[in-house]
Each structure stands twice: as C-alpha cells, then as structure tokens.
Design a protein around this ligand. Sequence first.
Ligand SMILES: [Fe+2]
Length: 530
Amino acid sequence: MPGSAARHIIDLSRRGLLRGGLAAAALAALATPTRRLWAAPRFASDPFSLGVASGDPLPDGVVIWTRLAPEPLTGGGMPHVAVEVNWEIAADETFQRIAGKGTALARPELGHAVHVEVSGLAPATPYFYRFTVGDAVSRVGRTRTAPPLDAMPGRMRFISAGCQNYEHGYFTAWRHIAEEAEIDCVFHYGDYIYEGGEQSGHPRRHQGGETYSLDDYRNRYALYKLDPDLAAAHAAHPFLTSFDDHEVDNNWTGSVSEEDGTTRSHIVVPPEIFALRKQAAFQAWYENSPVRRALLPRGPEITAWRALRYGRLVDVAVLDTRSYRDDQPCGDGTKAPCAAVSNPQAQVLGPRQEAWLKERLTASPATWKVLAQQVPMMRRDYGHGSEEAFAMDKWDGYPAARQRLFDHIDAHGVKNVCVLTGDVHSAWAGTLRKDFRDPRSAAVGIEFIASSITSNGDGSETLGSTARLMAHNPHIAFFNNRRGYTLHEATAGRMETIYRAVDYVSRPGAGREDKGRFIVETGTNLLEKA
Ligand SMILES: [Fe+2]
C-alpha cells in the first residue's frame, strides 16, 4: 500500500499532511473510512507528475492514460480512496472541437491509474487529450486513430524502441522520437524499467535495491516516467507497449526466475515464490502502460499478445516471447549448443500464441505483416571457426520453434513478413532464411533489431567481434552499437527503415544521426542498402 497515505493516517497534523503533498481537504476522506470517493480533491503538488500517454489505436478509438501521483517516488501520495478524473479528447489542441469527454475512476487498487478506452472517433485522425482532477489539469497529449480496416492508407510510419536503463544515461533518443513527425505509433519492445538495485559508476543514479514488491515496481516506473524526454514521447505519439525481461526479472521465462539454479547456482527461487513477484511486476506494468482492460493481469499471468491493423497496409502482431517460453537451454548464456537446443518441442510463444500467430499470418489481408516482439529471431553464430556459439536467451536457443514459424510462412506463401526486435542493445538488420546455413535458401522475412535508448551506455560504431560475426552470418546486413531507435515507413510498394542514433547518452543533448537506411520492395524479402 502506498506508504505516504499510511503516514497521513498516523500523522494527522496539518504540517504532516502538507509535507506529504496532500492538501488539508484530503483529511476528511482519510479520517472517514466509510467514505470511498474523494469528492473535492485538492493537491499541494501536481497529481499529473507522471504525464499522459495513449496507445493501442483502433479505427474508431484509442486508450488514453494517466496515473495520479502527487508524490511519485514514494508510493504515489494519494489517499486510499477512489477519485473521479475528467477526460476530454478534441480535434484541436485548444479543445474547441471536443470529440469526446467523460469521467473515469482512479482507483487505489490500481495505483490511481486511469485507462480510458475512447470510442466514437474518426479513423486516421490526430486528436488531443487531457485530464483534470479538482483544479489540476494535465499536460495535453497528442494521439492518432488507425485507418479504416478496409482502406489502403498511403503510408504508415512507426517507430521501434526500448531498453531504457535509467542509470545508463539520458533519454535523448526519446526526445528525438517525440520530435518525429506524422508517426502512427511507437512499438515499445520492453525493458521499460530495469529491476536491479542501484549501481555506482553510471551517469545517472537511482535510489533503492532490486524491485520485488508492488510499491518497489510502482516507484521504479515513476522514476522513469518523471524523465521529461520519455514523457514528451508519450505525449507526442500513441504506443504499442509490450514487455521483455527487466519489467520483472533479468532473463525470466514462464514461471522461472533468473535465479533458477544455473546462472546463480547458490539461489533458487521456487515457481510459487516467483509468481508473487510476477504478480506485482505485471500489475505495475499494467498500471503504467496505455493498454486496454483486456491486458489486466490475472494473478501472475497476463495475456499481452494482441494484434492491431492499419487498414490493408500493415498488420501488427504484438508478441509475448517471455510468458510461455521454455527455460533457456544449456544453462543460459552464450555458448556452444548442448543437446537441449535440438528439442523438437521447444517453445518460445507457447502453443496457443504460436497457433494464433500462424493463423493471423495466413489470414491477414494486410500487405505487411509486422511481428513486434522482443528477442532476436535471426541466427547469430558467435563461434570461432567451425565451432558454433549461440545466445540461449534468443530464438537461437529454440531453433525448432523458429523453424515451425518459418516453415509455416514458406508453406503458405506468406509475403512481406517484417520482424521488429530489441533486447540486445545494438542495431542489426538481417534476412530471415528458411535454412540459415544455406545462403541460397528461401528468405521468409526481414528482421530489424533496434538498439537501446540508453542500455550499455555511449557505445561505439562497431565491436571487436563484428567482423567475425558478419563473416559467420552472411544473412546479417548491418550492425551498429550506438544507442537509438528504428523509424519505418510502409507503403503498398516498399518498407523503408532508418536506424537513428545518438552518439552519446552519458550527458544530455546529443544530436540525431542516421547510421543505416534500408529498403525492402514488396514481395521480394530483399534487404537493399539505401
Ligand atoms: Fe535491455
């Protein structure tokens, strides 16, 4: 439970209340346990400190989000009562042409988060939205609805980004993303927060140890969301939000935590204990993400995979490559494959999600099939000479699962598959081949791996291993180790991808640089350097 409100119940002096960030008007609500609604909220500090966001656009609506937190870093600072929040959405920035408005309840059970599923909007249209509570008004967010399902839009412009370790640097790349024009949506592939405790030697510091409780995760999200560059990106574009490992625990899979007896052999976390941590982590993820109510976690489980369509141009399948996956084979890490790597039943998506994805790939009327996911799908052989070595946390650890997907794409003639990936804190482009060992085998799609927003710090153009890696993996066309994101523009004829980067994150203010540009013509699966 948010600590500050508990403090208020004990410290009822006016001075104590004000120090806690609440106006004296909160006293009545706090002192009357039966009163469940704070009717006339007043705040001593901004309840909209965490900004606004929007996401998961449909042709007739979008989710708009905020979370009331006058004391964001210490549990939120709200009283333990529900609060009515007014919202409005308009066709213009000055809210003259209102397209919808209403009232939503910010509930204490959900950390006073508000997720409004706005409907009744016009397709392919920019909108502006804001929230009010008492006399406090949020900043204005901009969003955009999707085109009609049966239309062929002229283009779709989207961004892929993620991996934003707060300690590792400044979110300058988010500032550049906020300033990108005409963006339909931003796919966040995860690592929105990092769960670890504070470490020295980084450009930015945060307080506190590793996150375990709901309050820990809430406070960690608040730290990230207070960053003005990230807040600006959310206020500028709608997001498709997913998660990877660090929203919960490094390299977790299914019911298995990082501490599975292999990577840290002295600690083993039993599944039923890890489930408690997952429950807290997913609740905080939901509270802080502009997603639909369908993604509300149920205990330690969440159904986060879903699809969105941009007319007949782009189908986006947002995948969950963590929840239903087998534990990493061979004790995780990057190494020569052990026997477990050849498990023919290996699961990355799990049977239900895999069947759903295959069905969607075959049935979708859209030209481009975007698989918005987390860990690299392309083969990345790190071995020397004839020795192979693979990172077991990626699709490389589960080749049978990858082969089933590729065989399906090939057998059904699914065209224009474009995989978006993050996770590895470096930028890559490559051709997905039915048989990676044979450079002449059929291409089943293209993969674009976006670098991190900050994770791993300033970086470099290449690494010592780059030349060997490219020689061993002829399907890889591009590698860059600066921080950044990818910008994609899909049309009926082609997909253009630009790798945008910043040359440093250890201090603010880096300019935007383009490190690579690629064109894929429709129907070719051919990655061309532009
Ligand atoms: Fe990451």
